[in-house]
Design a protein around this ligand. Structure first.
Ligand code: SF4
Length: 357
């Protein structure tokens, strides 16, 4: 785009943003800590879903010191249901880095921000531009859609080289006088006007400069090659009940998916096994006990980003051995009401709700 057109487009975009932006809690602050929290929460998560979590999180952990010293169970309980739990664990790690390496003050250079755990190019650019007014252009899903349509990029946006091309465009298009609002404006446009289906081009401040709308190609740009089909796994879990009617739960190791969350022990069904055999084998491996399975409690389906599961839950009773935390951080016997105090991943959470009832 010629420089003059870029300037016109930047101004139309900012004017539109100033009159149309949604009233979001994290837009009322320049505090880099709060902007960081919102940006991490908004990854892979819709605004309406993230908003109540954001309020609860800021209330419980109002600054980096509170987050750094929080017990992990408290942190994951606040995050429960939001998914991608490594985000929360990484934030706590980064909060400790900020306390120890930067005296509790959020760093304001790209090098230092990128040294924080869990902060990649997108989050770094968002914090530096929004909180500190520094000229870094963000590229997320919304920006990819807006800029690929604006420039008429027809190649597959799943390809790395195409993303690089879009990052280059975003850098060129960035308004250096107000990079924070400019970045938010492009993302806002993608979220509310330049939507994946039926973009509202007639209300768009970039309509005059937009290639996709001129060529009537908004249906085919951006092009995404089909995603691979997600594999499906059957998971057998054992709800072990003891003589006092307490249930056994285990805390997942920190370095695995859903790390730090609690669950009922169990695992993936192998090809020739029945689900009862899976549970018996898994509980032997994970806890060192022999169990006998009893009645089936429920079946729960759940989708993760790379696979889907059916969780099959059965009551169990230990017939031999004392349970040990062989493949978890910790195990605990709890009564049914206490289950609500622990952070569980979604499918297990549904199971706890059934058990509490
Ligand atoms: S004119 Fe339409 S396709 Fe182009 S950026 Fe605006 S909303 Fe998107």
């Amino acid at each position: 785009m010629p420089v003059d057109d870029i300037k016109v487009a930047q101004k139309s975009l900012l004017d539109w943003f100033n009159s149309n932006k949604r009233d979001l809690a994290w837009r009322k602050t320049n505090d880099p800590y709060k902007i960081w929290v919102s940006e991490i929460m908004l990854q892979q998560t819709r605004v309406d879903q993230a908003t109540p979590y954001y309020h609860r999180f800021i209330k419980r952990f109002p600054d980096v010191y509170e987050l750094a010293k929080a017990p992990q169970d408290d942190l994951l309980k606040i995050w429960e249901g939001l998914g991608y739990y490594s985000r929360a664990r990484n934030m706590q790690f980064a909060a400790n880095q900020i306390v120890e390496d930067f005296g509790g003050k959020f760093p304001d250079s790209e090098k230092d921000v990128r040294s924080l755990k869990g902060i990649g190019p997108y989050t770094s650019a968002a914090i530096l531009s929004i909180a500190f007014g520094k000229p870094f252009a963000v590229v997320d899903g919304n920006v990819i859609r807006v800029l690929s349509r604006l420039a008429g990029i027809e190649e597959d946006v799943r390809k790395k080289e195409v993303i690089k091309q879009i990052q280059h465009l975003a850098d060129e298009f960035l308004n250096h006088d107000n990079p924070g609002d400019h970045n938010q404006a492009v993302m806002e446009l993608g979220a509310t006007i330049c939507t994946p289906k039926n973009p509202k081009c007639h209300s768009c401040p970039l309509q005059l400069q937009c290639t996709a709308t001129k060529l009537i190609k908004t249906d085919t740009i951006p092009y995404k090659s089909p995603a691979k089909k997600r594999p499906h796994k059957h998971i057998g879990v054992g709800v072990i009940v003891d003589d006092e009617n307490r249930l056994l739960i285990a805390k997942r190791p920190n370095d695995v998916m859903l790390g730090g969350l609690w669950e009922f022990p169990g695992g993936k069904k192998e090809n020739d096994e029945s689900i009862e055999q899976t549970i018996t084998r898994e509980l032997e491996e994970e806890l060192g006990v022999t169990v006998e399975t009893g009645g089936k409690i429920t079946e729960i389906k759940h989708a993760y980003s790379h696979f889907t599961i059916t969780l099959h839950a059965y009551y169990c009773r230990i017939t031999d051995g004392e349970p040990l935390a062989k493949s978890s951080q910790e195990i605990r016997w709890v009564n049914r009401k206490e289950l609500q105090d622990f952070p569980f991943p979604k499918a297990n959470k549904q199971l706890t709700e059934l058990l509490v009832e």
